[in-house]
Design a protein. Structure first.
Length: 175
């Protein structure tokens, strides 16, 4: 009975950890977009929505919802980014942030082995890495989101593909 309770506690903590990693990963990704946008557009009027469902926290710039499905970076005036080069940079800002977060999860993996309870900590780091690595790969896939706060919206890859074609001279300038 004690082993079953211990297993259930571990499973519960793992689910909580996944929810936290999901929210943090989406937040960091969207903040990557926001950071580059603030530099490129010299504008601080934007909002980030993390997750979907019932709202947990709402501030001037941030909305955190209960389920970590999707996120949105919403500039108040999207026309402040006037060139394809700047649009590509803003899109790559989120992608780069996701990649760096994946690296941050994998770096302390070997050191975690010597900690008390190191195996659990290592599992959490691996899950954090895999979550962000998969998110990093999915960002490049051209698709429309099927669930979450951005349901029906284009993925970063879908937005980036025509911009990169125009920048390389393979497609006409978007009007």
């Amino acid at each position: 009975m004690k082993d079953i309770l211990f297993f259930l506690l571990k499973a519960f903590l793992l689910i909580v950890f996944l929810l936290i990693v999901g929210h943090i990963s989406i937040f960091i990704h969207e903040m990557g977009h926001a950071a580059v946008y603030m530099i490129a557009a010299k504008d601080r009027n934007w909002r980030i929505i993390v997750g979907s469902g019932q709202t947990l926290i709402r501030t001037k710039h941030f909305v955190f919802n209960i389920r970590p499905y999707g996120g949105l970076f919403l500039p108040d005036d999207p026309n402040r980014i006037e060139t394809d080069g700047k649009k590509a940079m803003v899109l790559f800002g989120g992608i780069l942030a996701t990649f760096l977060l994946a690296i941050l999860f994998i770096l302390p993996l070997k050191a975690a082995a010597v900690l008390p309870g190191g195996t659990i900590f290592q599992i959490c780091l691996i899950i954090g890495f895999l979550y962000n690595f998969i998110l990093f790969i999915l960002v490049f896939i051209s698709h429309r989101h099927r669930i979450g706060v951005n349901k029906g919206a284009e993925s970063d890859g879908m937005k980036l593909n025509p911009i990169m074609k125009r920048l390389r001279g393979f497609a006409p300038e978007k009007q």
